[in-house]
Ligand binder design. Structure first.
Ligand SMILES: NC(=O)c1ccc[n+]([C@@H]2O[C@H](COP(=O)([O-])OP(=O)(O)OC[C@H]3O[C@@H](n4cnc5c(N)ncnc54)[C@H](O)[C@@H]3O)[C@@H](O)[C@H]2O)c1
Length: 266
């Protein structure tokens, strides 16, 4: 019997089959979880619906997480379809491309608001909407990146948004713990996805991370999916408010050495 047999997960953030949310969805499906999907904008439907149908999803609905009325409509449908849910996956981020290059100091007020709203506040809004549906307790998971705690070139306003998101994880975990609802984040290493392509110089980040991380590899959406299984299941019953790194060990390194000098230092 699968680890998630009899459980239902609502997954936000599948845009295509390279999305981290899709890696998590596939892992949950393998363990017998019932899956529902929400995608961010109408043009994504043609990619998301076939993926959702391939894992037997009964509910595939659009929801722009910047719109409170859309969130309310979506959760009403989720309640009508499933009654309760056990798992919520928030795998969403957005910033204006202009704010993911150049100097952070030049971030506009509107760009800052947008990045923080869609990438951080949305976790609060979705958690609030999910709480009444998690009557048997639950597990909520979001995705973050190391650019929240240290400066990563060009990550700029998204680093600030991820810092806010990680703080939201702790406050939400504290609020909801007494109801048996846990809230955690996975801090993933760089993965070539649609969102990542928006960060200037992302290819170099991939090369550098692969060559300089302790495991000398890039992580995959399957790696993230497998750790997500642990965080979303009862195996991690005693864990909440945590940021778990799935980054081939990158975050433990204290000295980042330019690639061309790595070998000569051995
Ligand atoms: N790819 C990486 O290197 C990496 C590393 C660490 C963390 N992350 C995080 O993982 C998460 C998923 O990103 P991904 O890399 O899988 O890319 P992705 O482009 O596949 O997923 C991002 C998702 O956010 C959704 N989204 C954006 N604005 C939205 C809105 N207003 N309403 C609803 N949905 C909206 C998009 O539709 C898309 O499905 C993000 O939070 C990202 O910051 C990614």
């Amino acid at each position: 019997m699968g680890l998630f047999e009899g459980k239902t997960a609502l997954i936000f953030g599948v845009a295509n089959d390279r999305s981290i949310a899709w890696g998590i969805a596939q892992a949950l499906h393998r363990e017998g979880c019932e899956l529902a999907f929400s995608y961010g904008a109408p043009p994504l439907e043609k990619r998301v619906r076939p993926l959702a149908e391939s894992v037997g999803a009964k509910l595939v609905e659009e929801c722009d997480v910047g719109d409170d009325a859309a969130i309310e409509r979506l959760f009403k449908k989720v309640q009508e379809t499933y009654g309760t849910i056990d798992v919520l996956v928030h795998s969403i981020a957005f910033a204006d491309r202009r704010d993911l290059q150049g100097r952070f100091v030049d971030t506009s007020r509107d760009g800052f608001k947008m990045a923080l709203d869609i990438s951080a506040f949305s976790l609060v809004a979705l958690t609030r909407a999910a709480e009444p549906l998690m009557t048997n307790g639950g597990s909520i998971l979001t995705l973050t990146y190391y650019g929240s705690v240290k400066v990563a070139p060009q990550y700029n306003v998204m680093g600030v948004a991820k810092a806010a998101l990680e703080s939201c994880v702790r406050y939400l975990a504290s609020d909801l713990g007494s109801k048996g609802i846990r809230v955690n984040a996975i801090s993933a290493g760089p993965i070539k996805t649609l969102a990542a392509a928006g960060v200037a110089g992302f290819k170099k980040i991939l090369t550098y991370s692969e060559q300089a991380s302790p495991l000398r590899t890039l992580v995959t959406i399957e790696d993230v999916g497998n750790t997500a299984l642990w965080l979303l299941s009862d195996w991690s019953r005693g864990v909440t408010g945590e940021i778990v790194y799935v980054d081939a060990g990158w975050n433990i390194m204290g000295l980042t050495v330019p690639l061309e000098h790595l070998d000569e230092m051995k």
